[in-house]
Ligand binder design. Structure first.
Ligand SMILES: [Zn+2]
Length: 175
């Protein structure tokens, strides 16, 4: 895993970070391709900018999630792409690209993740998430009480874990 990807993975809830690394290892072993991490924890400001695309700003609609309504806001989701000159496999034939992404999705699901490629409204093949039973409304409520640490503490209680020694500097996550 390259340094930038590893830096981003450290902003995921630690158990999810472990699972993500296992996904990348399996993809490389089984498909012979490396993955990179393009995004993990995303600030509310950045989500607002994404949500504006195709609505109040030019470009296609890329998300239906308003700020706070994406699991990225809580370090519970990551986006990935393939390493190299063709990160989203656009130069491959459609079938080959589809096969690679669906294999990626299958491997992610084998590690207990939810794959965005199966999203009904806007399929999001680079996206994976794990919410540990939390709904997005529960996340926003916990966040209101104590930011991302409050969300992670709730998950700690739920899975019987203490993530606090792995906490990153949440304030370092810029817009
Ligand atoms: Zn995503």
């Amino acid at each position: 895993m390259d340094a930038r990807s590893e830096e981003r993975i450290k902003l995921l809830y630690p158990d999810l970070a472990v699972r993500a690394r296992r996904v990348f290892i399996d993809v490389e072993r089984l498909l012979g391709v490396k993955l990179r991490v393009t995004e993990t924890l995303r600030s509310f400001e950045k989500q607002a900018a994404l949500y504006a695309k195709g609505r109040t700003e030019p470009g296609p609609i890329v998300t239906n999630a308003r700020p706070g309504y994406s699991f990225h806001a809580y370090g519970l989701a990551f986006d990935t792409c393939f390493d190299g000159a063709d990160p989203y496999l656009e130069k491959f034939g459609r079938d080959v690209a589809k096969l690679h992404w669906s294999e990626f999705g299958r491997i992610a699901e084998a590690h207990g993740l939810v794959w965005g490629g199966n999203f009904k409204a806007i399929p999001d093949r680079p996206h994976c998430q794990l919410t540990y039973g939390l709904s997005i409304n529960e996340c926003t409520e916990l966040y209101r009480q104590g930011g991302v640490p409050a969300v992670w503490k709730w998950i700690d209680g739920h899975v019987g874990y203490d993530s606090s020694t792995y906490w990153p500097d949440f304030k370092s996550v810029g817009p």
